[in-house]
Design a protein around this ligand. Structure first.
Ligand code: ADP
Ligand code: MG
Ligand code: ZN
Length: 617
């Protein structure tokens, strides 16, 4: 898009609003005038000219006003027939003026007073008082009302014209880099921006141009919004933020005017940070959908032209955040706009420990708390999850009447986040409890029997609110970034071992295995389509991941015929794993009974207890 194409857009919009107001005022004034005119004639009834002459002969006429085109007749007041009372309720009539030369003669004869009104007001004055003044008055009242309305409502679809309402401005965010843990790389690339805002002279002297904008990219809850605030806090500059979804409104042009307002404010208050959260809501690529959205396109164009338009040396830095970088319009990402990309990814083990450390600052801890252990148990969790876990743990401590938070609170909180709250009041019948116990021990045994699997942390048959009737919790001994084919196969075997136990012991199958099946199948499919781990397809990629930072949904990139073969391969993997699991359990049936009985009695057993019973033949 050629730059400078849109700068007039703003003026155009203001004129549009003005015209809209004027039209409204005009319509209202016309209605008012028509209404007033009809109201003033309502008390005057129309009569025929012959009726008038009859009235005149009968002496009922008191006064006649002779206009150019009509006669306005006032009846003699009955109560006081000698006095003509024009204004005190005497009946008035009007009739068309007929070219009647004897009219004045007849009036004189009956002694009726008559007159022709002298038009003292000039037509210009009259026009002004009936049209111009009301229009201006109505316009003024309307625009005043609208302005206060849009301020109050934060600018809804009714918000015409200027609108600063949704811009979220903070003089001081009160957040610094110390509040953002486990994002060292991201912080490092942002420190330069902080320095630029602090002493922009240094950069200008050398002639260096700093990036106008940086895009924070990463999954939800990793601390993108927090980081943006921290940049403002570190640089000690005001923070202007707006969420992408705020821009997209019912009326075309509102979003664009918001962008304009945002930048206007920012430039006035430079140095400062402008933060556009969820920028994908407006920054979606313009050409990849069928029904394109006019409003969003205009807003995006406005944003692009504003980003080009302002002078970076003033010290305005634009930060954007998104978890869908792949849908962003290429124009947004080109140099001079959001040319820097800061990845804010899920934290690793060390990062999670640091994030936990940030959030426990105000929490009173027991001596047994081991944050490293909590971090290990929360692999895949993001900052928002960890903040939530700390709070859940504190809440549990209060619920149990303690004044400090201990490790069991933390571990329970982790489980609450993963599986939901315990549902102690759900009563399973004895048969079901038994099946669930064997199912879970089946998982645990398969894990213990295999070389490449994680140790068991806990087995429970207490139902949870998020649907599980029991579960086996595994915990890695260390954080892993790669998985081998053998490990994947072992995991699949562990997953299908629950159902295998049901089959071996009860010779039946239950619905309880549905989640296991789903996960095992997804894993096996990825092995075939993404990881190149099948003999049939070797290194061929058959699926690609769509949005990496959200659900990571994958889309087949192969033909339908190939898809059929993929399904066969996936089935083979699952089938082999199932066979293996059944074998394990048959070989260890005695241990399976022993542990399941213990679990039925205790409801929850730890990994150590499990290993003890297993080895204590
Ligand atoms: P995002 O914008 O990436 O979706 P947020 O910045 O809104 O995530 O994070 C939500 C909350 O999670 C924050 O307010 C903070 O309490 C917590 N949080 C997320 N990431 C971190 C982190 N790296 N360090 C400390 N707290 C974090
Ligand atoms: Mg956010
Ligand atoms: Zn299971």
């Amino acid at each position: 898009m050629p730059t400078g194409q849109m700068p007039n857009n703003g003026k155009q919009n203001d004129t549009k609003t003005l015209i809209r107001f004027m039209l409204i005022a005009l319509v209202v004034t016309s209605v008012l005038n028509i209404f007033l005119a009809s109201a003033s004639t309502r008390t005057v009834t129309q009569i025929k000219y012959s009726d008038f002459t009859n009235m005149l002969e009968e002496g009922k006429v008191g006064y006649v006003e002779i206009d150019d085109d009509r006669l306005i007749i006032t009846e003699v007041d009955d109560s006081n027939s000698t006095e003509v009372n024009l204004y005190k309720g005497a009946k008035r009539y009007y009739t068309g003026r007929i070219d009647d030369p004897s009219l004045k003669e007849n009036l004189d004869k009956m002694g009726v007073e008559y007159d022709t009104p002298v038009d003292t007001s000039s037509p210009i004055l009259e026009f002004i008082t009936t049209w111009i003044l009301p229009i201006l008055l109505i316009y003024g009242v309307f625009s005043l009302f609208m302005r206060s309305y849009s301020k109050k409502m934060g600018g809804g679809p009714m918000a015409f014209g200027k609108n600063n309402a949704k811009i979220f401005a903070q003089k001081e965010t009160g957040v610094t880099f110390a509040d953002v843990a486990g994002q060292e790389e991201a912080k490092e690339s942002l420190t330069e921006i902080v320095d630029f805002l602090h002493n922009s002279d240094k950069y200008i002297k050398v002639g260096a141009k700093l990036p106008k904008g940086a895009l924070l990219v990463g999954p939800p809850g990793t601390g993108k919004t927090l980081l943006a605030k921290a940049v403002a806090g570190e640089a000690n500059v005001p923070f202007y933020s707006l969420s992408g979804s705020d821009f997209v409104e019912m009326f075309v042009g509102v979003g664009a005017s918001r962008v304009r307002d945002l930048f206007k404010q920012a430039v006035e208050n430079a140095p400062c940070i402008v933060f556009i959260d969820e920028i994908d809501a407006i920054g979606k690529s313009r050409d990849n959908q069928v029904g394109s959205n006019d409003e969003r396109e205009q807003t995006l164009n406005q944003l692009l032209s504003e980003m080009d338009g302002f002078d970076a040396s003033k010290g305005v830095v634009i930060l954007g955040a998104t978890n869908r970088p792949e849908v962003l319009d290429k124009a947004l990402l080109r140099p001079g706009r959001f040319d820097r990309r800061v990845i804010v990814d899920k934290p690793d083990l060390k990062g999670r420990e640091q994030i936990l450390a940030v959030h426990i600052k105000d929490v009173k801890l027991d001596t047994d708390v081991d944050l490293h252990h909590v971090a290990l148990a929360t692999s895949g969790g993001v900052g928002a999850d960890l903040a939530n876990i700390v709070n859940e743990a504190a809440l549990r401590a209060v619920r149990l009447g303690r004044t400090t938070v201990n490790q069991s609170d933390f571990m329970e909180a982790v489980e609450v986040i993963i599986a939901g709250k315990e549902k102690k009041d759900r009563i399973m019948n004895e048969k079901e409890r038994k099946i669930v116990a064997y199912h879970e021990v089946g998982h645990a045994l398969a894990t213990a029997m295999q070389k490449h699997s994680q140790p068991v942390q806990k087995i429970t048959i207490v139902p949870r609110t998020m649907g599980s009737l029991g579960y086996t919790m595994q915990m890695p001994e260390e954080e892993r970034f790669l998985m081998t084919k053998e490990e994947l196969l072992d995991q699949i075997t562990t997953l299908v071992a629950g159902r295998a136990a049901e089959e071996v012991i009860f010779n039946t199958a239950t619905t309880g295995a549905s989640n296991d099946i789903e996960r095992a199948t997804a894993m096996a499919r990825s092995m075939v389509t993404q990881y190149g781990m099948s003999n049939r397809f070797g290194m061929m990629g058959l699926e690609s991941i769509q949005n990496k930072y959200l659900d990571g949904r994958s889309v087949a990139t192969c033909s339908e015929t190939t898809s059929t073969v993929v399904d066969e391969e996936v089935f083979k993997i699952l089938n082999a794993a199932h066979k293996r699991a059944v074998e394990f359990l048959k070989d260890n049936e005695e241990a399976l009974h022993r542990i399941a009985l213990f679990l039925l009695e205790k409801e929850t057993i730890t990994g150590e207890e499990f290993m003890e019973i297993l080895n204590n033949k």
